[in-house]
Design a protein around this ligand. Structure first.
Ligand SMILES: [Zn+2]
Length: 225
């Protein structure tokens, strides 16, 4: 059965499928699963927020931010492959081509055509979408389960993990096991994903505020000289 075929990971779309599937909903603990799903989606979406915090709201518009946030979930649309019997390890399987840097690059390239609609320029649109989408497989490669990600597709079908995998994988779909580990999964996501990204956002916003204040103070000083 599909739900038992793979260890789900930093899921977003996959989790959505599980939470909406009535058979699986009956078997497992929907509340805990939903909590992990929300935490995971939120964690991914912090990446474009961090990009905006670093680049500033003038460069990364609100509209570009919303599109970039959605882009962080797109790689996991590949779970549809399971429905068509495509194995996990296949280049077109889960964590396959949609998790490659090439795929993120193509999405970034597509965004450049809509740069003016995204209230941004081509360069910023490209990098915001690329970083947001590529951050997804990077986070996946930091998890301690499932298969690695095909970072370098189409050059190579090899699956990679980073040497350090502190994020605990969510074994969604495995009855009983889930309940015991759900809190640990949430804790590991909190410490290894949410906390560092929140720290980066707060640092970037504070640094910009400090810079702006200093600029204003200097201008004020010059006016009174
Ligand atoms: Zn993924």
């Amino acid at each position: 059965m599909f739900a038992f075929q793979f260890h789900c990971h930093q899921i977003s779309v996959a989790g959505l499928w599980f939470t909406t599937n009535p058979d699986i909903r009956r078997d497992n603990k929907p509340k805990q699963r939903r909590a992990i799903l929300i935490a995971t989606i939120f964690a991914h979406m912090l990446v474009p927020l961090a990009v905006r915090a670093g680049a500033g709201p003038n460069l990364v518009s609100r509209r570009l931010l919303v599109v970039a946030a959605a882009a962080t979930a797109v790689p996991d649309l590949d779970v549809a492959a399971f429905l068509y019997g495509i194995p996990y390890g296949d280049p077109f399987g889960h964590r396959g081509f949609t998790h490659s840097f090439a795929f993120a690059g193509l999405a970034g390239l597509a965004a450049t055509f809509f740069a003016s609609r995204l209230n941004s320029n081509k360069l910023i649109s490209f990098w915001t979408i690329f970083i947001s989408m590529a951050s997804h497989p990077v986070l996946d490669s930091l998890t301690n389960g499932g298969y690695g990600v095909a970072f370098f597709w189409p050059m190579s079908d090899a699956r990679y993990f980073l040497p350090w995998q502190p994020i605990m994988v969510s074994p969604i779909g495995i009855r009983g096991f889930f309940e015991a580990r759900s809190i640990q999964v949430l804790i590991s996501e909190f410490f290894w994903v949410l906390l560092p990204l929140l720290a980066a956002i707060i640092t970037a916003v504070s640094a910009r505020r400090f810079r702006d204040k200093r600029k204003k103070a200097l201008m004020h000083k010059h006016e009174h000289l």
